[in-house]
Design a protein around this ligand. Structure first.
Ligand SMILES: *Cc1c(COP(=O)(O)O)cnc(C)c1O
Length: 497
C-alpha cells in the first residue's frame, strides 16, 4: 500500500515521501506524519535479526518511503552506514550493568548521534530531487548550536543538486565544534559565524525562509530553500531503525527473550530521538516505558508530569547544550498521534500566542501509559559522569543525564516485572572533553586538542579518529558576520557556485 504524508495541523495536503522530505514542513506550518504506521511482527524481527544494519535500515525505510525502490534504499544505506563512516558498526550496544545497556550512536563522522540520520537523509533528498523532476538546486540553511550543523555539513557535502550553508553563534558553540565546522570539506558547503546568540542565528534563518521576495529572487537564480532539522520526516525515519536494530541485537546477545519488553531512556531536546522510539513501539516493537530525560531545562518533565506545557520560564545554558531547548518541535507529532489534527492545531495556536497549553485528561492518561518524565541537575550530571567512570563507563554530558534518570528509575521502580533498560548514548565524551574533565576533577587545558590529550591521560580511553584528525586540517571558514548580514551571505553563496 502506498504511504502518503499529511500535516499534523490537518488540511487537504497529501504528499509522497519524496515530496515531504524535499519540502520539510507542511504548507500550514504543521509537521508531516505518515498516513498510517506499518507493523513489525515477531516474525519480522526474527528475519531482521539475521540482517546487517544497512539491510535493517533499508527494510524499515522502505515501509515508510513507498515511492522509493528497495534497491535504491539498500544501496544508499550501505554507503551511509559503511565501515569507513562508522568503524565497528553504527549502533553498538555495551553493558553498563546486568540490567542497563548503552546504545552508542556516536561512532559516526561527527561523533554525535545526529550522524545516524544525517548520513542517510541527504541521499534520500538527492533521490527525491530526481523523483520529483526538480531542476532547481536545493539550498539547505541550518542554524546550529553545535552538533546539527557539523553533522549536516558532513552529510550534505558534495551531494549533487544540493548546497548547504550553516550559521552558528560565534560565542555559542564549543571550541571543538567551531573547529569541526571551520575545517569542513566539500565544494557545496559554506559556514558563517554570526555575532549574536543561537536565537539570533535561528531567527535570521527563519526570516530568510519567510521572505517571499527573497525566495523569488533565489528561485530566479535556480534555487529553492530546504531544511535539515528534525522537523523533517527524513531525519526522524532513520532514527526508528536503531531501536529495532538494538532490540534484535539484545535478543542475539541473550539480554532479552524474543517478545520481552524493553524500557528505553533517551536524553531529549527537540523530542525527535525519543519520538522515533515511540513510533517503533507503535509499530509493534516490544518497548515498555519511554523515559524522557531532560537537563535543567526540564520543560518536558513538567509537561509529562502535569499535562501543562509552559515555555514562560528561564532558559539555562548547561553542559549538555544540545538539550537546551524550550520548544520541543517534535512533541507536535506525538500530540497529533494521540488526539488528531484538530486538537493539535488548537494547542499549537495556544503555544504560539501564550507560550503555553494544557492537554485534556484523556490525552494525559494516554501519555502517562507510555512516557515517564525525568530530569537531572547540573551537579547530578557531573556526579554521574564521575560515578559512571568509576563503575567502568565513560560518558558525555548528554548521556550522563539519561544514565542518571535511568538509574533513578531502576531504584524507584516498584514494578517487579520491570526488565532491561536501554540508555541511548548520544555523543562521544571527547566531543565535550572540558566538561567531562571537570566532572572527573581534572584541570582543563585551554586548547581543545590538549583537552583531548588530557582526557586520554585521565581515563585511558581512546579518542575518536575524526576528532583527532581535525588538528591537521586546513581552516577554510573563519568569517564572522553581523546577524543582519545573513541574507547577503546567502546571496553571495548562491552566486559563488
Ligand atoms: C541533538 C542531541 C540530543 C537531543 O536529541 P533530540 O532528538 O533533539 O531530542 C541529545 N544529545 C546530543 C548529543 C545531541 O546532539
Amino acid at each position: 500500500m502506498d504511504m502518503y504524508y499529511v500535516s499534523t495541523r490537518g488540511g487537504e495536503e497529501k504528499k509522497s515521501a519524496a515530496e515531504a522530505i524535499k519540502q520539510g514542513i507542511a504548507e500550514n506550518g504543521g509537521l508531516f506524519m505518515p498516513s498510517s504506521l506499518p507493523r513489525i511482527t515477531q516474525e519480522d524481527l526474527e528475519k531482521l535479526a539475521q540482517m546487517t544494519y544497512p539491510q535493517r535500515a533499508a527494510h524499515i525505510l522502505s515501509l515508510f518511503l513507498t515511492d522509493y525502490q528497495y534497491d535504491e534504499l539498500l544501496a544508499d544505506c550501505e554507503k551511509a552506514y559503511a565501515e569507513d563512516k562508522f568503524p565497528g558498526g553504527p549502533a553498538p550496544i555495551t553493558d553498563y550493568s546486568d540490567k542497563i545497556k548503552m546504545l552508542e550512536l556516536w561512532h559516526g563522522p561527527t561523533c554525535a548521534f545526529k550522524d545516524m540520520a544525517l548520513q542517510i537523509m541527504p541521499r534520500m533528498l538527492a533521490r527525491a530531487l530526481e523523483k520529483t523532476n526538480e531542476k532547481r538546486t536545493a539550498l539547505i540553511l541550518v542554524a546550529t548550536s553545535g552538533d546539527t550543523g557539523k553533522a549536516a555539513l558532513e552529510g550534505y557535502k558534495d551531494v549533487p543538486g544540493v548546497q548547504i550553508q550553516v550559521f552558528y553563534p560565534v560565542d555559542g558553540v564549543s571550541n571543538m565544534q567551531k573547529r569541526q565546522m571551520a575545517v569542513q570539506e566539500g565544494e557545496n558547503v559554506c559556514v558563517c559565524a554570526i555575532k549574536g546568540n543561537f536565537d539570533d542565528a535561528q531567527n535570521g534563518v527563519k526570516k530568510i525562509f519567510g521572505d517571499t521576495a527573497f525566495n523569488q529572487q533565489l528561485e530566479q537564480n535556480g534555487y529553492f530553500l530546504s531544511s535539515a532539522n528534525s522537523i523533517n520526516w527524513g531525519r526522524l525515519c532513520p532514527q526508528i531503525v536503531y531501536y529495532v536494530s538494538a532490540y534484535c541485537d539484545m535478543v542475539a546477545r541473550g539480554d532479552l527473550a524474543m517478545g520481552e519488553k524493553l524500557d528505553v531512556c533517551v536524553p531529549t531536546g527537540n523530542f525527535g530521538n525519543i519520538f522515533a522510539a515511540f513510533i517503533a513501539k507503535q509499530m509493534g516493537l516490544p518497548i515498555g516505558k519511554l523515559i524522557c530525560a531532560s537537563n535543567r531545562n526540564n520543560i518536558l518533565t513538567d509537561f509529562l508530569r502535569t499535562g501543562v506545557y509552559d515555555k514562560n520560564r528561564p532558559f539555562y545554558a548547561t553542559m549538555s547544550p544540545s538539550m537546551d531547548i524550550l520548544i520541543s518541535s517534535n512533541l507536535e507529532r506525538l500530540l497529533y498521534f494521540l488526539c488528531g489534527a484538530e486538537e493539535t492545531a488548537v494547542y499549537m495556536k495556544s503555544l504560539a500566542e501564550n507560550g503555553k497549553y494544557e492537554i485534556s485528561k484523556e490525552i494525559m492518561a494516554a501519555l502517562s501509559s507510555h512516557f515517564i518524565g525525568a530530569f537531572c541537575s547540573e551537579e547530578e550530571t557531573a556526579a554521574t559522569i564521575k560515578t559512571a567512570f568509576e563503575h567502568g563507563y565513560l560518558c558525555d554530558t548528554h548521556t550522563a543525564v539519561a544514565l542518571k534518570c535511568a538509574l533513578a528509575y531502576e531504584k524507584e521502580s516498584t514494578d517487579k516485572t520491570a526488565g532491561k533498560l536501554l540508555v541511548v548514548s548520544t555523543a562521544s565524551p571527547y566531543k565535550f572533553a572540558p566538561s567531562v574533565l571537570k566532572a572527573l576533577d581534572q584541570s582543563i587545558p585551554e586548547n581543545e586538542f590538549d583537552s583531548i590529550d588530557a582526557l586520554i591521560g585521565a581515563t585511558g580511553t581512546k579518542a575518536p579518529k575524526p576528532l583527532l584528525c581535525l588538528k591537521d586540517k586546513k581552516i577554510r571558514f573563519d568569517q564572522t558576520i553581523e546577524a543582519d548580514a545573513m541574507k547577503n551571505a546567502v546571496l553571495s553563496f548562491t552566486q559563488s557556485n
